[in-house]
Write a protein that binds this ligand. Structure first.
Ligand code: FCB
Length: 421
């Protein structure tokens, strides 16, 4: 047996986001698009977490977690421009209190994909004052909740948000290859981060403020082929570095001119293999390889994503070069195969431990997700939860993986037969 010990105070827990669990979020843009039929599924009651949060946090406590990540729903807090819903803020104060009562450190996200409908209807992140409006929201939040929370995530997966909404056209506002708009939105999200960082810190200087990045190691299809290597490098720059560059964080010992990031949140799900072919973007950035092209690939999840645990170590090592603490803000698998879920978790934790062993500063690991939830354009079919949710009765049923994860959370260590690496 090999024992991996995690650092003292390591954060262990799970993540959720407002629109995916709360239910009845009818002030936001996703809800509007769901109703208009533009999105194939309706979030409806989701997991009724807005009402059931205490019961859900009881599970987290019973499982030995000491942290929990959730997001504030901007559209509840500011349902129309400049009008603040004090009840919504009071609700989130209760949520934070409920977490603290159960010994769970709150990790609070300000923006997790959804926007207030009024904001989107008037141009959303293309608005030249979008960052200012976001910072005004952050200011309200900080005035009402600021001193109670130490860990903040300003924006969840800005790169993914822009790609899905403005390049792939799969998420609101469904624009395809709108590269100029994508750049504007990306820049505004970076400004929003920096503005929110300052406002949050004004209240409590010891805060830890970061953003969450959907981190994927970008691997050339054929490492002996120069074109593939060049495409992988460029893609890595755009996907994994551009947002950090925009907010002024450069690699390797170059201290930021003004501090605007305390940790990097990493969401890790899969690797990206790229093959450069033809002309234009396909040549420069490469095309993502179909897994059938790599017959030695790992198991495939219900999302069609390859299980590639070593990728977690790769991204942790890669992002450690920015010289900031790292927090795994999401990592999980959608599957109905519980032995695959267990294997996924154990192997990813092992890679996390390996990264720590090699000196990477990781401060916590938050599993995606606490409970099954509304997986955006795919609806409720993908099952990511540590507990399953029966959407007709809203019953939560802990899955077998909970036993393994709880042991790690409680003991702050991982036992493994050496051969299982
Ligand atoms: C991440 C999102 C999260 C969830 C998982 C599966 O990219 O941040 O909301 O959808 O994927």
């Amino acid at each position: 047996m090999k024992t991996y010990r995690f650092p003292r105070g390591f954060l262990w827990g799970a993540s959720t986001s407002s629109h995916q669990v709360e239910g009845d979020n009818h002030w936001n843009d996703w809800w509007e698009y769901e109703r208009s039929g533009r999105l194939p599924h309706k979030s409806g009651d989701a997991c009724q977490h807005y009402e059931r949060f205490e019961q859900d946090f009881d599970l987290a406590r019973a499982w030995g977690h000491n942290a929990h990540r959730f997001s504030l729903e901007w559209s509840r807090i500011e349902p129309s421009a400049g009008n603040w819903n004090m009840d919504a803020l009071a609700h989130y104060r209760e949520v934070i209190r409920a977490l603290r009562e159960r010994g769970l450190e709150p990790v609070v996200t300000l923006h997790h994909f959804t926007n207030p409908a009024w904001f989107s209807r008037s141009g959303g992140w293309l608005r030249s004052d979008s960052a200012k409006l976001f910072v005004r929201y952050a200011e309200q939040v900080v005035t009402n909740l600021g001193t109670e929370v130490k860990y903040w995530v300003t924006v969840n997966e800005p790169t993914d948000y822009v790609m899905q909404g403005y390049v792939n056209g799969e998420w609101p506002p469904f624009l395809k290859s709108a590269w100029i708009k994508a750049t504007i939105v990306f820049r505004n999200l970076a400004r929003a981060h920096v503005g929110a960082y300052r406002v949050l810190h004004r209240n409590r200087p010891d805060l830890m403020v970061g953003f969450s990045h959907n981190a994927s190691p970008i691997i050339p299809c054929n490492s002996g082929r120069r074109r593939d290597r060049a495409a992988a490098r460029l893609r890595d720059l755009i996907w994994n570095r551009a947002f950090l560059q925009l907010i002024g964080i450069r690699r390797r010992n170059a201290p930021p001119t003004a501090r605007n990031l305390d940790f990097i949140g990493l969401n890790y799900y899969k690797r990206t293999i790229v093959h450069s072919s033809g002309f234009g973007l396909g040549a420069i950035l490469g095309r993502t390889c179909q897994l059938s092209h790599h017959p030695d690939h790992g198991p495939i999840s219900a999302m069609g994503w390859e299980v590639y645990p070593h990728g977690l170590k790769l991204v942790l090592e890669n992002f450690s070069h920015f010289g900031l603490p790292l927090l795994v803000t999401e990592n999980g698998i959608a599957t109905d195969d519980e032995s695959l879920r267990r294997d996924f978790l154990v192997k990813h934790l092992q890679n996390l431990a390996d990264a720590l062993d090699s000196g990477v500063d990781v401060i916590g690991y938050l599993y995606w997700s606490l409970i099954d939830n509304f997986e955006w354009a795919l609806g409720t079919k993908p099952r990511f939860g540590l507990a399953g949710v029966d959407y007709s009765s809203q019953q939560r049923s802990p899955r077998s993986v909970v036993e393994d994860f709880s042991r790690v959370c409680r003991e702050n260590q991982l036992f493994l037969p050496v051969a299982s690496t």
